[in-house]
Ligand binder design. Structure first.
Ligand code: HEM
Length: 509
């Protein structure tokens, strides 16, 4: 009797459990259908991982192909996230002007391992404040000013001497340029640059290189933040090593911060000479604020973020630029003609010269377009339901802008696969015009804050190099434009070039 009551009770419990489980599944399926109904159409994926296993290395090209099938605003489930991809200029332009598409994902890829984030990963008011103060400080300490330009020219002088040591032999351009470019952002952040053989600099470069080699993994892993904990635990893909790399860079940045703190204590002058000074000053001002995110941890993260974003992007773009110069000697000669007619070969270029060198500027624009260094922007998150055209992007969806599709759109750029710097010239080649749809730096309120610094450096380096050297491919070899994608588009194979010292003809031809 007791036994049968016991069995009835167990059976009831089991039935309840089945019903609850069934309800959960129905609820999940209904939620899934509801979500799908709200999102723009797109390809199907697998449970849990979504479409991630089907993404190719050239995700940005694949997104272009999916846009042909599903339309320029389509959705795709990537790992844990509903993602909407915008793959034409009309929708991206609309998205640039939306205040509801300025945020980043809530989760931080490294989870508890790196709790503090830089303003690059922040959202809302903290992002706005950090970015505003960062830009004001950088402008105050030289960004966009002639003093900074002088320092870049000084750096270029050292770089040109370094280039002479290649003795007209083939060399890997990236290995040389990475000695020089980080120095320009070092000046803004730390107030000084490093000698090329300074062990700190050598270590910082090594870290940038290593970070580069794991970039692709981060860019897909970012869609499954829960996986990070497992990866760290099992040391899959050397996650611990990755975190070590980041922390090693942090150590050097920390040393710089400590030196600045020491200077603050010992020096009477309160002059703000670089970004770290400016941030510490702001920290002081806000010392009484509760929960201010102007603290030492964020200073460390911001400075590291500026250092790597301000170095690797320009290095890579210059690397690609050398490939285009070597592959298109006729355009290289046209730039040199412009140099001859404007600056000459004896003095280094300056910012004002850009206005008199439309072909050179068009060449740089065309490199930006063809390379599309960041073909898909850093993830944005919708902070409210947003409409783009007639498509709804529900709150909390991640949004990706596929810049690649815009830069390869034949209605905006005829023969888009052709490298043709003339496409930006008007008025008989006397003026270069940057169209609104040239967007290597993204756009709107979250546009890359380094755009002007990057373009200034690209101009100064290209012109200074071509004043002194002819850039040639290796004998008997063709320059390859094949790429690999690790969040940025990099040459698949290292770019080797020869720098032949120029004997300067005083007249054209
Ligand atoms: C050719 C060079 C560069 C390219 C192509 C480039 C491209 C980009 C792109 C596409 C974004 C994403 C913006 C978005 O969310 O929509 C970005 C963000 C950013 N870039 Fe650049 N960038 C370059 C150089 C630089 C330089 C020189 C610096 C620093 C001095 C820099 C610092 C940053 C920072 C801090 C962010 C995050 C901004 C934020 O979240 O508010 N970049 N960049």
């Amino acid at each position: 009797m007791i036994l049968s009551v016991h069995f009835d009770f167990v059976a009831i419990l089991l039935n309840c459990a089945y019903i609850c489980f069934g309800l959960l599944i129905v609820n999940h399926v209904l939620g899934f259908i509801q979500r799908l109904n709200r999102l723009p159409s797109g390809p199907w994926g697998l449970p849990v991982v979504g479409y991630l296993p089907f993404t190719r290395d050239d995700t940005y090209v694949q997104f272009g192909e999916l846009a042909v099938k599903y339309g320029p605003v389509f959705s795709v489930k990537l790992g844990s996230y509903d993602v909407v991809v915008l793959a034409d200029w009309k929708s991206i332009r609309e998205a640039f002007s939306s205040d509801h598409l300025l945020s980043r994902p809530r989760e931080n890829f490294f989870g508890d391992e790196l709790k503090d984030v830089s303003f690059t990963e922040m959202s809302g008011d903290p992002w706005k404040e950090q970015r505003r103060i960062a830009m004001t400080t950088l402008r105050n300490v030289g960004l966009g000013k002639s003093k900074m330009e002088d320092l870049i020219r000084e750096e270029i002088d050292s770089f040109l001497n370094e280039l002479k040591t290649t003795d007209e032999r083939p060399f890997k351009f990236i290995d040389k340029v990475k000695l020089s470019i980080p120095n320009n952002v070092s000046i803004l952040l730390f107030g000084h640059k490093y000698d090329y053989d300074d062990p700190v600099k050598v270590e910082l470069e090594k870290n940038l290189d290593n970070a580069d080699s794991v970039g692709h993994f981060i860019s897909s892993g970012v869609f499954m933040p829960w996986i990070t904990k497992f990866l760290i635990f099992f040391n899959y893909l050397d996650m611990k090593e990755m975190i070590k790399i980041i922390k090693r860079t942090d150590c050097f940045v920390q040393i710089e911060i400590d030196k600045h703190l020491e200077k603050m204590k010992t020096s009477d002058t309160k002059e703000i000479e670089d970004y770290i000074d400016g941030f510490l000053h702001e920290m002081d001002k806000r010392a009484d604020e509760n929960n201010s995110n102007f603290n030492r941890e964020v200073l460390l993260r911001n400075t590291s973020a500026f250092y790597s974003a301000g170095s690797s992007t320009i290095q890579s773009t210059l690397n690609w630029t050398m490939a285009y110069l070597a592959a298109y000697p006729e355009y290289q000669e046209k730039i040199r003609d412009e140099i001859r007619e404007t600056i000459g070969f004896d003095r280094l270029p300056n910012n004002v010269d850009r206005q008199r060198m439309p072909f050179t500027i068009s060449f740089i624009y065309e490199v930006h377009r063809m390379v599309s260094l960041v073909p898909i922007n850093l993830q944005r998150r919708a902070t409210a339901d947003v409409k783009i055209g007639d498509k709804l992007i529900p709150k909390d969806t991640l949004v990706l802008f596929n810049f690649w599709s815009v830069h390869r759109d034949s209605s905006l750029y005829p023969e888009p696969d052709k490298f043709d710097p003339n496409r930006f010239l008007i008025d008989n080649g006397t003026k270069a015009v940057k169209p609104q749809h040239l967007i290597p730096f993204s756009g709107g309120k979250r546009v890359c804050p380094g755009e002007s610094l990057a373009n200034l450096q690209l101009f100064l380096y290209v012109v200074s190099i071509l004043q002194k050297f002819k850039v040639l491919p290796e004998p008997g070899k063709q320059i390859s434009f094949e790429s690999r994608y690790n969040g940025g588009r990099q040459p698949k194979n290292p770019i080797y070039v020869i720098f032949k010292q120029l004997t300067i003809p005083k007249t054209k031809g």
